[in-house]
Design a protein around this ligand. Structure first.
Ligand SMILES: NC(=O)c1ccc[n+]([C@@H]2O[C@H](COP(=O)([O-])OP(=O)(O)OC[C@H]3O[C@@H](n4cnc5c(N)ncnc54)[C@H](O)[C@@H]3O)[C@@H](O)[C@H]2O)c1
Ligand SMILES: O=c1ccn([C@@H]2O[C@H](COP(=O)(O)OP(=O)(O)O[C@H]3O[C@H](CO)[C@H](O)[C@H](O)[C@H]3O)[C@@H](O)[C@H]2O)c(=O)[nH]1
Length: 332
């Protein structure tokens, strides 16, 4: 298929592009490079521009005979979404609605959307199934939920086929070492701990050691970006196969395994051979004790399951990138 990938110069999007190309798809990336990196797109065609530029997007859809859109472009800093919600409402909601309307206008009927486990808020049951109530506790999660609802309405009204992939914690780096995670600023646990191993930070602060978990630290489901990419390939195939009307898929993308902050730090020590200095800090507001996907929905709906489930292996893959690219793409 001819696929437009928004946010394809970012962390998850650039890894998904590699998997799409390997699966034989044709890709055009649209990214405004506010957070993305030109080098992350390799030789794939990159159009530098904004999601909300309706004329640009419609031109790309028609001129490239685009059949499907994968929409990664968004702002994704949970803390910032609390202090500056307008930025998130504007980009993640208004920008995405502009994309949806461009798709309707150009008769592009397939969309894979980057949603998040943050749409569930504080879960009542773990592992979390797809039919768990969605009650986000921050504006970032809410913006993603709004788009999930909008896609459902666009399906009914305009025949849009869509997959909302609710990622858990994206992690790791491409197996060939060519691309990896480079968020600036960085807020995610694994790259921050690896920065300590690189001597770029003095210590990692553990946000809370008094959670009701075996070692007192928060548990998350770390899903390898290559597996995430493969979930996108599977999702686009499902949307492509729809014989009986517009398809709608809502899928948790995780491993079903949890790792605590302490376990992640131990995995980083193993991968790097360095001792990581840790400082106990207070809980971070809005952090649930445990977020783990029920992976059975993805297996049933997409025929996909994570191949990388061992946190030591996931962290080792991240280290292959960070250890060889201590300044990331070194472009800002
Ligand atoms: N990283 C995670 O753990 C995680 C978890 C759940 C969901 N997600 C979602 O996955 C997607 C990708 O996350 P990521 O970690 O790769 O983030 P990222 O910041 O690395 O990538 C996002 C990309 O979108 C681009 N972008 C943002 N706004 C744009 C706009 N208006 N027009 C054009 N390009 C724009 C940025 O320049 C960047 O390259 C996001 O939608 C995020 O909410 C990420
Ligand atoms: O310096 C740090 C950073 C993180 N953590 C802990 O490490 C775990 C993972 O934190 P991340 O910030 O790496 O990721 P989150 O679990 O906050 O991920 C959330 O935010 C992401 C946005 O980037 C995604 O949307 C994801 O789905 C959503 O659950 C949390 O328990 C957090 O408290 C620390 O202890 N110290």
């Amino acid at each position: 298929m001819n696929i437009l990938v928004t946010g394809g110069a970012g962390y998850v999007g650039s890894h998904a592009v590699k998997r799409l190309l390997a699966a034989g798809h044709s890709v055009v990336v649209l990214d405004n490079l506010v957070y993305g990196h030109r080098a992350a797109t390799g030789s794939t065609r990159l159009v530098e521009g904004d999601l909300a530029d309706r004329a640009l997007v419609e031109g790309l859809l028609t001129e490239n005979a685009i059949e499907a859109v994968m929409h990664f472009a968004a702002y994704a800093y949970v803390g910032e979404s609390v202090t500056d919600p307008a930025k998130y409402y504007q980009n993640n909601i208004v920008g995405t609605l502009s994309l949806l309307d461009a798709m309707v206008a150009c008769d592009v009927k397939k969309l894979v959307f980057s949603s998040t486990c943050a749409t569930y808020g504080v879960p009542n049951t773990v592992p979390i199934p797809e039919d768990h109530p969605q009650a986000p506790i921050n504006p970032y999660g809410f913006t993603k939920l709004v788009i999930e609802r909008a896609m459902a309405d666009y399906r009914r009204a305009y025949g849009l086929s869509y997959a909302a992939l609710r990622y858990f914690n994206a992690s790791g780096a491409a197996a060939d070492g060519s691309i990896g995670e480079d968020h600036k600023p960085e807020t995610h646990l694994i790259p921050l701990v690896l920065d300590v191993a690189l001597g770029k930070r003095e210590h990692i602060t553990i946000f809370g050691e008094d959670y009701p978990t075996p070692d007192g630290t928060c548990i998350r489901d770390y899903i390898h970006v290559d597996d995430l990419g493969d979930a996108h390939v599977a999702a686009i195939q499902k949307l492509g196969n729809s014989a009986d009307g517009p398809t709608e898929l809502r899928v948790n993308v995780g491993t079903g395994q949890g790792a605590s902050v302490r376990q992640v730090i131990a995995a980083c020590e193993l991968a790097t051979g360095k001792t990581i200095a840790c400082v106990a800090g207070p809980r971070r507001e809005g952090d649930p004790a445990k977020l783990v996907a029920d992976p059975r929905g993805a297996e049933r709906l997409l025929g996909w399951r994570a191949r990388h489930t061992d946190i030591n292996e996931i962290v080792a893959s991240a280290w292959r990138w960070h250890g060889t690219h201590p300044d990331g793409y070194a472009d800002r």
